[in-house]
Each structure stands twice: as structure tokens, then as C-alpha cells.
Design a binder for this molecule. Sequence first.
Ligand SMILES: [Zn+2]
Length: 101
Amino acid sequence: VNKHSAENPLLPSCRRASELASAAVDRELTRRERWALRFHTLLCSACRRFAAQMRLIHQLFADISDSRRQRLQIRTLRLPRQSRQRIKQLLWEEGNRPPQK
Ligand SMILES: [Zn+2]
């Protein structure tokens, strides 16, 4: 999966791409970041899957009503930082698992 791991601002590593995809849930990406992520996911199916999962999470948050979102945010805040990192890590590993066939 990590064939293109050299740090190139135009073609970020899988690690960097997954960071950008995760960050997109929490904040608006800069134009440069969006392009880097888009370019990477064009070439890398693992990160494309991961970015799709992240977009889904983002969508879920965007679609629910404000009151519901407030409750969810409270719950999310109560999740220890470590747990949230673990969830991200698990999703990342899932997205980067080599194909079974
Ligand atoms: Zn990748």
C-alpha cells in the first residue's frame, strides 16, 4: 500500500492522506489539503475507502438535527482522547488492509 511513501506535498503518503481524511471530519480543509487528499485517493484505493468512511461520519454529523448533534458532541467529548485515537487507528488499519484475493 505504501509504495508512494516519500513526502511530496503533491502526493502525500498514506499516513498523511489518512490524517487529512480524519481532519476533514473536524474542520474545513485548506484548498491545498483538499487537493492533496483528492490526488492521493485517485491513486490509492485503500485511502479512497478510508476517506469514504470519514466522509460518511462527517455526513452523519451534518445530517442530524442541532439538538441531536449537541447531545452527540457531549458524548464524544466524554470519550477519552485515547479512545478516539484508537477508533481512528482502527479505521485506518481497516482501510489499509491488503486485499484478500
Ligand atoms: Zn494511500
